[in-house]
Design a protein around this ligand. Sequence first.
Ligand SMILES: [Zn+2]
Length: 359
Amino acid sequence: MSTFSGEIIEIPGIAVDNFTNDSVKCFFLSHCHTDHLIGIKDLSNSELPIYTTELSAMILKTQYPDLNVKSIEIGVPTNFELEIDSKHETKFIVTLINGGHCIGSCMFLFQTEEHDILYTGDFRFTLKDVENIQILKDAKIYGKLKIYLDTTFMKNEYKNFPRQKDSCQKVVEIVQNHLGQSQMNKVMLQTSARYGYERLLIQLYEKLNEKIFVANKKVMEQYLMISEISKCITTSKSYSRLHLNTGSEENHDVEKHRENYLKIHLSAMFWTNWNESLPFIYKVEKNNFRVCYATHCSLSEIKDILYYLKPLSIYPTVLPEKSNERTKMFTLIDEIINSYNDKKTETKERFSFKRLKTS
Ligand SMILES: [Zn+2]
C-alpha cells in the first residue's frame, strides 16, 4: 500500500498519486488502485488538472465524472511550465512509461535542468524490460537519476516471484482441467486488487474460449469500454463458467455450490521465501487453490534494476508500518546505493514517522 505523500521534493508545485494537497498546480496519477487515489474525490469540480494515461483517464472518468482529467500519450515527452507564485515558476518535461502493473498503469520520468526523476508508481518489470526503454538508458548515462520507488516487496522474504507469464499458464491449466470435468463446473478467480489481472483474462479467453463474468459492476463497465478486454468478458452471469471476483461480491455463490466451484486465489503477499525450485500453487483444501501472481517486482527484480540504473537516491513510496521493518528496508536501500556510490547514504535520516502518517 502506497504511503507516499505525493510530494516530489525536486519539483515544487506538483503532486503524484496523492490528492490531499490542493495548493499544488497540477497532479499526476500512475494508476487507479485506491491507495493511489487518496483525496481525489474532493477534487470533483475543481479546475486542478490530473494527468494520467489514456486508459486510466477513462477508468477515472467512470468513477469521478467531475474531475478535470487530462491524458498524456505514453512515450511522448510533454513540456510543463507552472507559475508557483509571482516570483517562481517550475519548468519540466514529463514522459510516461508503461508500468506493467495493471491496466493503464505508468511510470513518470520528470526531467528538469538539474534532475532526472523517475517515479515508478507500482510496477512489475524485469531488468530486460528496463534495458529496452531508451529514455531510461539515456537517463542512466546522464548520471543524474533519482528514483521514487515502489518498495512493496523490497523485503528479504520476497526475493523471488514466478514470472507473470508462468502464473498465467498455471491458472489456465487448472481452469481447463476443472471445467473439462463437467459442464456444471465453474471457476471463481479471487484477486487481491481490483485491477492487474487483465493479461490473465485475455489468456483465459484466448486459450479456453470461455468468456469471463466480472462480479464488480464498475470494473465490468470499465472493461467493456476497452476493446482488448471487452471481447473476453460477458455480462451474463449464468452463461459464464468463469467468474472474476475482485472483492467479496461472489463468495456466497461459491459457498452455495461448493461441489461445482473451484476457487483460485491469486496473490503475492502469501508467497514468502518462494524460489524457483518450489511450486507456486498451493492446495488449501478440495476445490480451493492459491496461485502466486505478482503485479509488483520481487526484491531480486528491484535490485537488478537499481544496480543497472544506479540512481543517486532512492525514495521508497511504500513503507512498512513497523519501525524495525522500515529500518531493514532503509538498510537494503543504503547497501544498494553504497555499492556503486562513494558518497555514503543513510536513507533513514530522511524519514520520520510523522511524515508517513500524512500520506
Ligand atoms: Zn497498484
